[in-house]
Design a protein around this ligand. Sequence first.
Ligand SMILES: Nc1ncnc2c1ncn2[C@@H]1O[C@H](COP(=O)(O)OP(=O)(O)OP(=O)(O)O)[C@@H](O)[C@H]1O
Ligand SMILES: Nc1ccn([C@@H]2O[C@H](COP(=O)(O)O)[C@@H](O)[C@H]2O)c(=O)n1
Ligand SMILES: [Mg+2]
Length: 254
Amino acid sequence: MWRRVASLSSSISSSFLAQTASRLNTWESLTTGIAQQAKGVIAPKEKTPFITFVLGGPGSGKGTQCIKIVETFGFAHLSAGDLLRREIASKSADGAMILNTIKEGKIVPSQVTVKLIQKEMELSDNHKFLIDGFPRTEENRVSFEQIIGVEPNVVLFFDCPEEEMVKRVLNRNEGRVDDNLETIKKRLTVFQALSLPVINYYSEKGKLYTIKAIGTEDEIFEQVRPIFAAFEAIPLNTRWNWNISALVVVIDMS
Ligand SMILES: Nc1ncnc2c1ncn2[C@@H]1O[C@H](COP(=O)(O)OP(=O)(O)OP(=O)(O)O)[C@@H](O)[C@H]1O
Ligand SMILES: Nc1ccn([C@@H]2O[C@H](COP(=O)(O)O)[C@@H](O)[C@H]2O)c(=O)n1
Ligand SMILES: [Mg+2]
């Protein structure tokens, strides 16, 4: 059994302390698997995670813009679709189920997808994550909050007309099993019915940044850039200093 004692500087406000404590729990929960393997030595990550969800319909340009965000702002890019395709390729136990679900344009059970994301986050040295194509449903969203124990800092929504999305997907030419007209229609229906409510949820929470996803890739990125530039502009002390003021002692009671 693990017991955690946290002692924090008294010079910071109580709401800030509450937020800080919750973030410590969050980041520690991400490290738990690694820590357990290390037989009792919890090695908390140095920085609090900064999580961006990247949403939008099929072919709206999420992956394309994520590459630019990675290049410019140094995020780790975790594409839920890529992680699922990797599971298929690795012929894992869930591979066949995932392949059938993707062919049908449906959504893979949240537990499966969240576990894949969690594993990537744990393995990453980065603390800034772009989680692309997730959450696709309310169930995805709740599952992430329950398993990872953290909410996104930013949610990007690439808003693109359906006609343009269909054109882009049909021209993509990457050999994806779901890049055909029949599956695209199903994916668009799923997007309208299941993903839009998630987008509305984050809009109501004031976390949503809507990008007009038409124009050239560079033009679209010029809408994205200021969002992250604004976060980068927050002084380093304000962003991370609380971590230094926190002392976490772990006592193994087993
Ligand atoms: N602004 C743009 N104008 C024209 N084509 C674009 C633009 N942005 C991306 N594309 C192209 O459209 C296709 C779909 O883009 P991308 O793979 O980034 O979309 P996505 O939102 O990740 O789609 P999915 O949800 O299906 O993974 C790609 O072939 C990409 O090169
Ligand atoms: N959260 C998610 C994300 C994706 N899927 C399935 O993968 C397909 C491809 O996803 P892309 O992000 O690469 O477009 C998608 O249509 C779903 O079938 C999922 O189930 N859950
Ligand atoms: Mg993509």
